[in-house]
Design a protein around this ligand. Structure first.
Ligand code: ZN
Length: 322
């Protein structure tokens, strides 16, 4: 993969590419922000590969350093992320980081530290990192990834060059998927687009996971039959009376569809489903459905009873379409 293969986000790509080509433009720390699925990790990997690549037209993808970065075995790259099953990057990781950082590079001219979910560092870890960011060794480059800049200590983000990444949107997502997934059934691609709602990472996840596809099909079946009356809705939703995760997934998917129907009506002209969607729900009804989904998800997160929530939701749904 080359910089030009990374979809959209020209501003961030230009900054990183320039840093690869011109040592004077290279900063000690970068912070890539943006929602899940936007490509933070992909772009960071591209950047790190390019920094350490020994080939021409970096990253060449062929040389040993490129391959080592890809396989996450390059001795001059340290990746920190929350341990399996944990939410936070613990303070011990910072000790590992210190040991890594203050030894000269092994093979490359640089040492790169990639910190995923940087917002999940404990306060102790964040403060220790701050010290290193304030006086980094000349060969060090930090790349931090976070969904939201505001969740990081301001003292940390202000030491980084912040590069916000944006979702490519439906139009670019469609172009990308059509090219990369040539030969895939159009209906599957259309569902992937709807599921992603302009977030390419989410669309790609859809294409790779049958479970996700199955759940989305079930939601679509409900979405396009909202007008079939309360009995149908109660019956459908009663299947989730004992399945909290399933119900939450249904709500998330329904929310996606309602947003697509409310916000992307025009950009959705490229989709066959959009016509059907327009005739199913008015824009106001779609917006009501969106609020209803959010409200129910909030209630569930506050531990509302599942049985009551599904029944209540079914009742409310029957008034949305009517
Ligand atoms: Zn290379």
């Amino acid at each position: 993969m080359k910089f030009s293969d990374f979809l959209g986000n020209e501003a961030a790509k230009t900054v990183l590419y320039r840093a690869v080509c011109d040592e004077n433009a290279l900063r000690h720390a970068y912070l890539l922000t943006g929602p899940k699925g936007v490509g933070k990790r992909t772009l960071a990997n591209l950047f790190i590969r390019a920094l350490l690549c020994r080939g021409e037209d970096r990253p060449c993808g062929e040389c040993l350093p490129c391959k080592k970065v890809d396989r996450q075995i390059h001795p001059d790259v340290l990746i920190l992320r929350p341990p399996e099953g944990k939410d936070a990057i613990p303070a011990e990781s910072i000790r590992t980081l210190r040991e890594f950082l203050y030894l000269l590079p092994n093979e490359a001219e640089k040492k790169v530290v990639l910190i995923e979910n940087a917002e999940s560092m404990t306060l102790t870890a964040a403060n220790a990192l701050l010290k290193m960011l304030e006086e980094p060794p000349s060969y060090a480059v930090f790349v931090l990834l976070a969904e939201n800049r505001s969740l990081l200590l301001e003292t940390i983000s202000s030491r980084c060059l912040v590069l916000p990444l944006f979702e490519p949107g439906l139009y670019l997502s469609e172009k990308y998927l059509a090219r990369q997934y040539e030969g895939t059934a159009p209906a599957l691609l259309e569902n992937a687009l709807l599921y992603g709602g302009g977030n390419l990472g989410r669309s790609i996840r859809y294409l790779g996971e049958e479970e996700v596809q199955k759940a989305f099909e079930e939601t679509k079946n409900l979405f396009f039959h909202l007008d079939r009356g309360e009995f149908f809705l109660l019956k459908t939703l009663s299947e989730y009376e004992r399945d909290r995760d399933g119900f939450l997934t249904l709500l998330e998917n329904l929310d996606r569809l309602s947003c697509a129907a409310a916000e992307h009506r025009d950009s959705l002209s490229l989709l066959e489903a959009s016509e059907k969607m327009r005739s199913t729900l008015s824009q106001t009804a779609a917006a009501r459905l969106h609020f209803l989904c959010e409200e129910t998800m909030d209630r569930l997160k506050q531990n509302a009873s599942l049985g009551l929530s599904t029944a209540r939701f079914a009742g409310a749904l029957s008034t949305v379409a009517g």
